[in-house]
Design a protein around this ligand. Structure first.
Ligand code: PSZ
Length: 496
């Protein structure tokens, strides 16, 4: 059977981190490990669930959280249980709970004013706003993307990126002309062409698996291909959906088959471009996650993304990378697409989650020629940028991207050992940095693993139909990884 050699973690990184790790633990007063006192959900959680369900549909609630008692990588629930959090609010908590640098953020007047006087950013930006955008968001912009728009959440970032792509596409079709015909101005008010043109955004599904997730607003939802329940009863667009590569693991042992998967997917992309052109609904853009996340942590190679970019360029369509879940460091680089060595910058890159504010970066040609076209009342929130500024500072000063790489190696190596020890229960360990996943051998097996993890003190996340995913904070250290691996092992052993 395939055995994985233990990955050697560069001692420089380990040493460097261990120094900082002890200081970090002191500041945070993180517990030494999880502590489960009641069944989960316990009596207090059950009462809260009942209270909330009288007011709203709350079947999605996972855990009533005590945000006062949660600290660092540990989440506390209403019943006083403390769990190691490997899911971090659906991957949206960059530094764990109650990080001191963030708690201190609003202790000065000017930051409190930013919190209290929430501006309509598109029309009344504060006098410090251009500088803030440059200092914070542009300081980590993907190379070549010098434009940035802020938005409220992931879905509206995606939605707005689609609009930027359509505006760019139509302006190009008009030969750069920035005025509209009378017919366009009239027809658009009836939602008809040519003002409201027939155009499409292509997205990806995965064969036999769930596919892309780009959000739940109407445009974004039309490209979301994960679960039917997200889409049922909502009118949608006739937009094409290409098959995403479906890799076998370990990658080194399935090179040829996986390359075939890339080819098949790219051929399908080309075919759909042609097909939709013929239908009279040309594809103006392609949206893709660098790692298809909700759909099951489905990966594709750097070559796949390079070729996808070339195809989009040849069809004069925009390539939109959705980094809402992969962005801000969890793969060991600020942006996951930095792993792909793309020959030119992506056209648009959406972000949210760990970035604390939604938004997108874009190449300069994606700046709309007219004002008010990508716009809403708040367009983000300056107070979120103030928090993000602190987050980015901590990432830099505490070398958190190095830490992610280092912890990722410990985790991946441990997961490989477990998949060798329990081949009847888990397989297909994959991922970059701490953005890792593995598959259970069936959905029922996954339920058992998740149940045992929780009982044993780990809050985990799932994706796809059989995958377990890791989405810890960027502060998740080797010592947390070891606790996680021990508990996972125990949880697997408990399944008879
Ligand atoms: O069930 C849900 O609504 C979930 S569970 C995880 C997400 C949403 N992720 C959000 C997401 C994403 O992962 C990617 C790649 N793109 C866009 C989104 C949408 O972000 P939000 O949820 O902020 O609208």
């Amino acid at each position: 059977m395939f055995r994985v050699k233990k990955t050697k973690i560069p001692t420089v990184i380990l040493k460097d981190f261990q120094k900082f790790a002890s200081g970090y633990t002191k500041v945070h007063k993180e517990p030494d490990g999880p502590c489960v006192k009641t069944e989960i959900p316990g009596p207090k959680s059950k009462a809260l669930f009942k209270e909330l369900s009288d007011i709203q549909q709350c079947g999605s609630v996972n855990l009533f959280t005590d945000y006062e008692k949660s600290v660092g990588n540990y989440i506390a629930d209403a019943d006083g249980n403390i769990l190691l959090d490997t899911y971090t609010q659906i991957s949206s908590l960059p530094l764990g709970y109650n990080h001191p640098e963030l708690l201190n953020t609003f202790s000065n007047d000017s930051n409190i004013r930013a919190l209290v006087n929430r501006p309509a950013l598109g029309v009344f930006p504060g006098i410090d706003w251009p500088q803030k955008l440059r200092d914070v968001l542009l300081s980590v912009a993907p190379k070549g993307c010098n434009q940035v728009m802020t938005m409220m959440c992931g879905a509206c970032s995606v939605e707005s990126a689609f609009k930027a792509a359509f505006i760019w596409y139509c302006t190009n079709k008009r030969g750069g002309k920035t005025t509209f015909s009378d017919e366009e101005l009239k027809s658009v008010m009836d939602n008809k062409a040519p003002g409201a043109p027939k155009l499409a955004i292509m997205s990806f599904k995965a064969p036999l698996l769930q596919g892309a997730f780009h959000g739940r607003t109407f445009g974004a939802l039309a490209t979301t291909r994960s679960k039917p329940i997200h889409k049922l009863d909502f009118p949608s667009f006739d937009w094409p959906c290409a098959i995403f590569p479906h890799y076998k693991y370990p990658l080194e042992e399935h090179k040829r088959e996986n390359e075939e998967q890339d080819k098949k997917s790219l051929a399908h992309v080309c075919e759909l471009f042609e097909k939709w052109e013929k239908k009279g609904i040309p594809v103006a853009g392609v949206i893709v996650e660098p790692i298809q996340s909700e759909g099951g942590d489905n990966h594709a190679s750097p070559e796949f993304f390079q070729q996808l970019q070339a195809i989009c360029a040849s069809k004069c369509a925009a390539l939109i990378l959705d980094e809402v879940q992969t962005g801000c460091g969890p793969t060991g680089k600020m942006w996951c697409h930095e792993h792909f060595n793309l020959p030119s910058p992506p056209d648009l890159v959406t972000f949210s989650k760990k970035m604390l504010t939604g938004g997108y970066y874009a190449r300069p040609e994606f700046k709309p020629p007219q004002a008010y076209r990508i716009f809403n009342t708040w367009m983000g929130d300056p107070s979120k940028l103030i928090l993000l500024e602190q987050v980015l500072k901590v990432i830099k000063t505490e070398k958190l991207l190095d830490l992610v790489q280092c912890t990722g190696k410990v985790l991946k190596c441990g997961l490989h050992e477990l998949e060798c020890e329990f081949p009847d229960k888990i397989n297909s360990v994959r991922g970059r940095g701490t953005f890792l996943a593995f598959d259970a051998t069936s959905p029922e097996m996954r339920d058992k693993i998740m149940g045992n993890l929780k009982k044993n003190g780990v809050l985990g996340g799932v994706c796809g139909t059989t995958s377990v995913r890791l989405r810890p904070a960027l502060t998740f250290a080797p010592k947390h990884a070891e606790i996680f691996l021990d508990i996972l092992k125990k949880s697997l052993q408990q399944i008879k």
